[in-house]
Every structure is written in C-alpha cells, then in structure tokens.
Design a protein around this ligand. Structure first.
Ligand code: ADP
Ligand code: MG
Length: 287
C-alpha cells in the first residue's frame, strides 16, 4: 500500500477573499510498512497534509495516488480508500459519540456491513491492540474514561476497519506522561503485530525519536527537510530555524560535543548515550 503525492497544494476557501494557502508543492512517497514522522510548528500544514492521504481533503493542485489510484479520478472508490488509510484526527475524543465503548468502536465495521460475529471479533482485536480489556471496557461510557483511554478508544475505532495505513495526527497531545507512554507503546506493538504502515504527526521530538524511521519537516506549508531520523536530528541549527528542537538526549550530546567531548551527534536514546559515554570512558574512543 503506497501513498504518493506529486506537487500537491491545498488552498482553503479557494477563490474567495478568505483563501489560505495551507500546503504548497508537496511531493512525497510513503512505502509499505514504513513509519513516517511529520514535524513542524503549529500552522505549518501538517493536519492539512495528512488529510490528503485518505482523500478527506482533495488537492487544489497536484496529484495524490493511493496504491496507484488517483484519489480525484471519478472511478476511484474514495470510501474504500478511507478504510484502507485510517486517519485518527487531532483530539479524536471529540468525535466519540456512542453510549458505550463497544458501540463506538463497532461503528465503522457496522457501516461496512459486516456480520454481528465479525464485528465483535474486529472490536475485540482493536481493543486488544490498544490495551483496552474487552470485558471491563465494552459497556462503559467513553465519556467516563481518562483522557488516554478515550484517545485509545478513538484509535481502536479506526483500527476496527483494519486499515493498511494508520495516520495519527498528534495522538499524544494534551495527555499526561503515562498516557503518552501508553499510546507510544501500543503504536510500536501494532507495528510489530500487524506490520501496519504508520504516519505519526507530533510536536514532541522525543516521541519522534522513539517511534519513526523517517522524518518530514514542514514549514509554512512546504517540506523543508526530509530523511532518516538520525540525519534530521543531527541538524539542530536548521531545526531551530524552523522553530523546532531535537530530542533532549540528542541535545545533551550536542552540548557535550561543544565542550570538546568526542561523542556522536547522532544519538537518539538514553541507552545509546550511555554506551557512547561508557565507550569514551573506557578509552575505546580516542578522547
Ligand atoms: P498544523 O496541523 O501544522 O498546525 P494546519 O494544517 O492545521 O497546520 O494549518 C495550516 C494552515 O491552514 C494554517 O494557516 C491554518 O490556519 C489553515 N487552516 C487549517 N484548517 C483550515 C480550515 N479548515 N479552513 C481555513 N484555514 C485552515
Ligand atoms: Mg495540526
């Protein structure tokens, strides 16, 4: 399942005095099984961009191809594309509306016309993948859950469609550290269990470092940097120009380098930093 964008621009309220150019000339390709991170300050166009991946928004200019099919082509079944490319909005809990967790998660598969038994199976599986115990949560009201649990119900509702690509727009925004860690752990587990392609939009460089392999950096509606996560976070100065930072541990290592310590500037995790510093201490690196 590939997603390709060719020179895509999006203008909100096109042709009116309120026209806003939200993304401009964006080209990218997302490959099967990949985990792609998208970063950029508020208003840089991230949410607009990801809504083109499943045809929720249509390009004002350029083309979007999902599995080789042009999303705008009149023969393309956009409903099917929206099932294959599951999009979890920013603050998805605002879209929960059923009386029970089970009914909420069952909503999409029900609309897709599956049998009762098949729906229950899909709901159970989606809940398992998001760490919600079926028996203890199925009858509860989504509105009485914690922020992190509500968020996971919303994600489960998308997973129940069994998408090939899961797009998460700032899935941890506004959650406490525990809620954030839970979501990240479940995303990693989903990738392992389902081999699902993930697009992860985030404000947090630390989260990006933990989850993704490749990063796109957006600024003023354009992709200004892209590449493997290590290559991106090596460029602290450039990121700063776009109002972004690097993961805390990467920043610490960059500062140690400035002080003359010969540590790598490509460190992404505390574990890697520890190994790097121990190696230096042991004199394995010529300090
Ligand atoms: P991000 O997700 O990076 O914060 P958005 O895609 O939400 O960025 O916004 C990009 C630009 O488009 C901003 O200038 C924003 O104000 C504008 N915008 C976003 N959604 C709409 C909308 N529905 N109507 C008009 N303008 C919008
Ligand atoms: Mg956004």
């Amino acid at each position: 399942m590939s997603i390709i964008l060719e020179k895509v621009s999006h203008i909100y309220s096109e042709g009116t005095p309120m026209a806003i150019s939200a993304i401009e000339d964006v080209s990218l390709s997302i490959k099967d099984g990949e985990c792609l991170g998208i970063i950029g300050r508020t208003g840089s166009g991230k949410s607009t961009l990801v809504q083109h991946f499943n045809g929720l928004l249509l390009a004002s200019k350029g083309r979007v191809l999902v599995d080789g099919e042009d999303i705008k082509d009149k023969h393309t079944n956009r409903k099917r594309i929206r099932q294959k490319v599951g999009l979890v909005f920013q603050y998805p809990e605002y879209q929960l509306f059923e009386e029970t967790v089970e009914a909420d998660i069952a909503f999409a598969p029900k609309n897709m016309g599956f049998s009762k038994e098949a729906i229950v199976e899909k709901v159970k599986r989606a809940m398992e993948l998001t760490g919600l115990d079926y028996e203890s949560f199925r009858h509860r009201s989504p509105f009485q859950l914690s922020g992190g649990q509500m968020r996971r119900v919303a994600i489960a509702g998308i997973l129940a469609m069994e998408p090939k690509v899961l797009v998460l727009d700032e899935p941890t925004a506004g959650l406490d550290p525990r809620g954030r860690a839970d979501i990240l752990a479940h995303i990693n587990k989903m990738r392992e269990d389902l081999g699902i392609t993930v697009v992860f939009v985030s404000h947090s460089m630390d989260e990006i470092a933990q989850i993704v392999e490749k990063v796109l950096v957006m600024d003023q509606g354009r992709i200004v940097l892209s590449g493997p996560v290590r290559d991106i976070f090596e460029q602290a100065q450039k990121l700063e120009d776009f109002g972004l930072g690097v993961p805390q541990i990467t920043s610490l290592m960059h500062r140690l380098r400035e002080k003359g310590l010969k540590v790598s500037n490509r460190i992404l995790t505390v574990e890697e930093a520890k190994d790097e510093i121990l190696a230096l201490k042991r004199g394995q690196k010529d300090a």
